[in-house]
Design a binder for this molecule. Sequence first.
Ligand SMILES: *[C@@H]1O[C@H](CO)[C@@H](O)[C@H](O)[C@H]1NC(C)=O
Ligand SMILES: *[C@@H]1O[C@H](CO)[C@@H](O)[C@H](O)[C@H]1NC(C)=O
Length: 334
Amino acid sequence: MGNTLGLGLGVGLGLGLCAGAGAVMQQAAAPNMEHLKRNTEALVTKVVTSRHQNNTEDIDESSAEGLRDAMSYAKENPMLIQVPVLGTARKFWRLSDKATRISRKLALILWNYHKAGRYLTAPLKVSNVWIGSTGSVKLRGASFSPKGFISIERVRDDYKHLSKVLILLIKTSGGDIDNLPPDYWEFLMLLGRGTFTMKDEFFIVNHVALLPMENRTEVFLMLHDRIVNYLGRTDRAKKKKILCNLPYKDNWLDTARANEVINKGVVKVQNEYRRTPIDLLRLNRNVRCHMHQYNSNNIEETLYCEWPELLMVMENMLHLVGELVDTGIENKFG
Ligand SMILES: *[C@@H]1O[C@H](CO)[C@@H](O)[C@H](O)[C@H]1NC(C)=O
Ligand SMILES: *[C@@H]1O[C@H](CO)[C@@H](O)[C@H](O)[C@H]1NC(C)=O
């Protein structure tokens, strides 16, 4: 998947400066008694929803929430899990929902600091990462310092170190990096490649590889709507560009027919499917919209296992044509 994230450094810089302006002067660490009393989920929610705050909640030097270090957490919680692909005899490796949640929270912490013009003072280490029993993610022994200017190099370094931390955690949890699903692999490559601009941070933090499984259906429908309906009305050139770049051109219909569960959707349909990108989307939409007919709660997981790159490419293309932010995807990560 040729990722060409090289659009407009100038625009990226502008965004970063605007978002960060209010909070540049605040000090990071220093937890106070009041914030120790608040409940962890509330803190996490606050970090997610508030763009201009101090971010002090991300750094927790006390044990008040019963945090455990990420290494010991990983040793007991496999992050890469193997699931059966419904309708086939195959199995597929995917990240657990907890693993994607931890990945996203860490990326989000970095982004929130970057928006405030702050960067890690030292490379992020696994020992800085702490996990709460309710799924919260905090940093300890890490600090962020303000710089008088926005530095894309510092931003890239922070994510590069995050990718190393995530790989080490997955390995520690017993996962084999060679088994990573392609979308999560692409996410790690994006972090590690260091060629993105500030404008791409939204895309990184809201990468579909980090979605909880139960929300992938909604996100598919949102992105589908943006591409097929909205762009179909307002900008056909963009719609065409996205469709042309969808994966699985040659074999998606064979894959669908070979899967006993998905094939039910192929044979039942009134307008027969043709081997076109738009019909790949149509099939995926129809199967999701008629999930109850499939007697399966796992149909979303099945679609993911069969076409693990589809949602990723839809998102990547929407990002490249400047249509991702308006989809509302950032609310679907929990
Ligand atoms: C930022 O931190 C200061 C104290 O360090 C606190 O008084 C203020 O309420 C915080 N602001 C936000 C938005 O959290
Ligand atoms: C799914 O998305 C909703 C918002 O539509 C969000 O409130 C919820 O927390 C998400 N689910 C998970 C498991 O994160």
